[in-house]
Design a protein around this ligand. Structure first.
Ligand code: IPM
Ligand code: MG
Length: 376
């Protein structure tokens, strides 16, 4: 009897629509297990507002432990409106996510953004501008102004946040970005504010030096204000974008709406310990429990997850299943599809197409097997 490989996955559904979209991603992972002869063992844990409700802590110790013991983390969403407009709140759901990133050393946040032919009309940009967009943002995730010294004066009249970076912090994410550029179109754009900020000048210098190790990559530099504009004016020019924590936070939200289908965008956070995979959309509390949320971003995050485990064929199978569904005009309401499906129906259909791909998908799988490039 052959033993089936077992992989431990920590599942952190979180808040709002997090649980329902994560459930669909899990269905698809189970379909992967069925077709590719492996086994995922899931360990559920609370994070965010739901963890505050249960433990008065957005990242309880048992959750962190579950993550450290797992080989990958499937994350839903975090955030609850009851904390958003209360600047005095002592505990916030977001603190759970920030601490998790720091504790696991997840220094690189990777967000691919690609347009889907069938959905070009949903973009806020003209179709000719968004056509062919295929970029990936490498955002530094455990340093910079998010984690620098911060405080408020005793009289409450002054506050400060500091941005600090060390050469090593820049080098380790920059290497990942260079390597990714080599697997893609060979272009890397460092986005910074080197005309004003000292930390940005350190980024430029460090990345320039590293470029000597990657002669095949064409490196260029762009100030962040210009990059924000270029993303709207000519987003197809970008291949890999590399940037610091705060700039990356802002630019990745901007990039996420370019294709008009934020509900389709996955992300990976990788670094020292267990990697984490999550849809880039938030907790969207207004839609929670209504079975209307788009689970495709969570499902495509599962594709990145299995890819990180070396299962590239499974990742391709998931991506092709999603693409197939979109091409057939099927989707959740916000995509204005010809055939409206609920969150859970999309999960069922994707899982079905992964476990038992139809002829059309099999032909594409065959073609792609020859030229698979991994994103992480
Ligand atoms: C993100 C989010 C987080 C961030 C929040 C929830 C703390 O916006 O993952 O981009 O700012 O990093
Ligand atoms: Mg953000």
């Amino acid at each position: 009897m052959t033993s089936i490989k077992k992989t431990k996955i920590a599942v952190l559904p979180g808040d709002g629509i997090g649980p329902e979209v994560t459930e669909q991603a899990k269905k698809v992972m189970n379909a992967v297990a069925e077709r590719f002869d492996c086994y995922f063992e899931y360990c559920y844990a609370d994070v965010g507002a739901v963890a505050i409700d249960h433990f008065n802590d957005p990242l309880p110790d048992i959750t962190l432990e579950a993550c450290l013991n797992a080989e990958a983390i499937l994350f839903g969403a975090i955030g609850d409106p009851k904390y958003d407009n209360d600047p005095k709140a002592k505990v916030r759901p977001e603190q759970g996510l920030l601490r998790l990133r720091k504790e696991l050393g997840l220094y690189a946040n990777i967000r691919p953004v690609a347009s889907y032919e069938k959905l070009l009309h949903l973009s806020p940009l003209r179709e000719d501008r968004v056509k062919g967009v295929d970029l990936v943002i490498y955002r530094e995730l455990t340093g910079g102004i998010y984690f620098g010294e911060k405080g408020t004066s005793a009289d409450g009249k002054q506050a400060f946040d500091t941005c600090t970076y060390q050469v090593e912090e820049i080098q380790r994410i920059a290497r990942l970005a260079f390597e990714q550029a080599m697997l893609r179109r060979g272009k890397l754009t460092l986005v910074d504010k080197a005309n004003v900020m000292e930390t940005s000048r350190l980024w430029r210098q460090t990345v320039k030096e590293l470029a000597n190790d990657y002669p095949k990559v064409k490196l260029d530099f762009m100030f962040v204000d210009n990059a924000a504009m270029q993303l709207i004016q000519n987003p197809a020019q970008f291949d890999v974008m590399l940037t610091s924590n705060m700039f990356g936070d802002i630019l990745s939200d901007e990039a996420s709406v370019l294709t008009g289908s934020m509900g389709l965008l996955p992300s990976a956070s990788i670094g020292v310990h267990t990697s984490m995979f999550e849809p880039i959309h938030g907790s969207y509390p207004q839609a929670a429990g209504q079975d209307i949320a788009n689970p495709m971003a969570a499902i495509l995050s599962a594709a990145m997850l299995v890819e990180s485990l070396g299962m590239t064929e499974a990742a391709t199978a998931i991506r092709l299943a999603v693409q197939h569904i979109l091409e057939k005009g099927i989707g959740t309401p916000e995509l204005q599809p010809s055939v409206v499906y609920g969150c859970s129906q999309i999960g069922d259909l994707t899982a079905h197409l992964v476990a038992e791909p139809n002829e059309e998908i099999l032909v594409r799988e065959d073609k792609l097997q020859q030229k698979v490039s991994t994103i992480i």
